[in-house]
Design a protein around this ligand. Structure first.
Ligand code: 4AD
Ligand code: MG
Length: 440
């Protein structure tokens, strides 16, 4: 009896008869020989079918079989040093589960297609080995992030997705009709996990978040997934260390468990191998100095004005000065969110940090210490024109046993784009949502 297995496990069945359930990825025909390549989601393997070695109906079923037809294949595993995975399959039986019609062939052929076409067929594009490899790395990154927090005594607490108010600024909210009221899709779970941190000490959330900014950059999605830790009694320094640990753990894990996928994607692994603690830490002031030097050297087109937020070219330039992620801390409070604690030494600065990924991938983490004072927080809410009524509960956290606390958010798609070395975040999530894309 042939054993049911997967292509990734096929090496444990050398010389034996196995059954694989998958799809026809490609077929090469050469007279009385067929060379089908099968895929099953775990990998691809080349089969060999000789006309005189199989029953005529088996040869006929495979001959001319259309790409992506679903098949159950039986064959004997043979080691072959020249094969990409190290093994080939001598096919002796095949059952076609569904034949892709000749009149309406699979739209994504193995030749090049434009990105728009591929995005329009994203539901099929995810089958390609490169896209499948990216999704496996994404899953590994998510698992590594969860393990990192779970192993350190953090409790997962899920914030709501429908919320009555803004967290990261009112200009980027998606409104939703909520019976007779107006609600918004959450931009970040932060405010809610500040509450659960006061209940449980160390918490994190992991969920979808939404930003309605009309941005078309290669780093922006309108729907993305964020992992956010929040820690009672933690300072900015504490969470900078936590962020450094999270990133090194994730990169290490991908190098250990997803090396093959990263190679499929074509990632330069030596770049990832450099990502070890400690990461460089520079203040916003130091960053501005470097940016102005960069302008004088002609590496930047415009001179950076002190006081502004960093743009994408600024982040890229700064990151290019280091071969590890760089942590930029203490930005001017006025370019950052309302909830950030001012630096007691320089109240015009916020106790915040952005972690910039190397190789031009930009900000992957943003975080801060949170305002502790009830009065100061109330004032900030007013200054930012936020509806005080909606923040009453949030202010309560400063009234009933307020403590210093800090946290950050890491965008999963930005982390995936960096670790996989992708041009654009649209390939980091199965079905990206962007300014001009809601289909499929
Ligand atoms: O810097 P952001 O806006 O910070 C917050 O939302 C905080 N409330 C997090 C916290 O302190 N708990 O977003 C955090 C991260 C960014 O560094 C980036 O990685 C990602 O979320 N991000 C996006 N990713 C994809 N598309 C977008 N439009 C993103 N906006 C932010
Ligand atoms: Mg940010």
């Amino acid at each position: 009896m042939a054993a049911l297995t997967t292509i990734s496990d096929i090496g444990t069945h050398e010389g034996q008869a196995v059954i694989i359930r998958g799809w026809l990825y490609n077929l090469r025909e050469s007279g009385k020989l067929l060379f089908p390549i099968f895929r099953d989601g775990t990998g691809t393997i080349q089969g060999v079918v000789a006309k005189n070695a199989v029953a005529p109906e088996v040869f006929d079923a495979l001959k001319g079989l259309t790409q992506e037809s679903s098949v159950i294949v039986e064959g004997k595993v043979r080691a072959d040093k020249r094969a990409p995975g190290g093994y080939e399959l001598d096919v002796n039986n095949v059952q076609v589960v569904q034949r892709v019609p000749d009149s309406d062939p699979y739209p994504i052929s193995l030749k090049e297609h434009g990105v728009d076409f591929l995005m329009e067929h994203r539901h099929l594009w995810v089958r390609s080995p490169r896209q499948a490899a990216i999704l496996r790395v994404r899953a590994e990154i998510i698992k590594a992030a969860r393990d990192y927090f779970d192993d350190r005594g953090f409790v997962l607490t899920d914030p709501p997705i429908l919320t009555p108010a803004a967290c990261e600024g009112t200009t980027t909210l998606f409104p939703v009709d909520y019976f007779d009221e107006q609600a918004f899709l959450t931009q970040s779970g932060q405010l809610y996990i500040e509450a659960t941190a006061m209940a449980l000490g160390k918490v994190y959330s992991f969920g979808p978040t939404f930003r309605a900014e009309k941005s078309k950059t290669r780093r922006h999605l309108t729907e993305f997934w964020m992992v956010e830790p929040e820690v009672a009694y933690a300072t900015l320094d504490d969470i900078m260390e936590l962020a450094e640990g999270l990133i090194t753990t994730i990169v290490q894990r991908c190098l250990e468990r997803r090396r093959r996928e990263l190679e499929t994607i074509g990632r330069d692994l030596s770049k990832l191998e450099q990502v070890t603690a400690p990461f460089p830490r520079i203040t916003y002031d130091e960053a501005v100095k470097k940016l102005q030097e960069g302008f004088e050297k002609g590496a930047l087109e415009t001179k950076f004005e002190y006081g502004g937020d960093l743009g994408a070219p600024d982040e890229t330039y700064l990151a290019s000065q280091f071969d590890k992620p760089v942590m930029v801390h203490r930005y001017p409070a006025k370019v950052k969110a309302f909830y950030m604690e001012p630096d007691p030494q320089r109240p015009d600065l916020a106790l915040c940090v952005d972690v910039l990924a190397p190789e031009g991938y930009g900000e992957i983490i943003g975080g801060s210490q949170r305002i502790g004072s009830y009065e100061q927080l109330r004032q900030r809410i007013q200054e930012h024109d936020l509806p005080e009524e909606a923040f009453k509960w949030y202010l309560d956290l400063r009234k009933y046993g307020g403590v210093p606390h800090s946290g950050f958010g890491m965008g999963i798609e930005r982390a995936v784009a960096w670790i996989c070395g992708l041009e654009h975040v649209r390939e980091t999530i199965p079905f990206p949502r962007m300014l001009h894309r809601m289909y499929p």
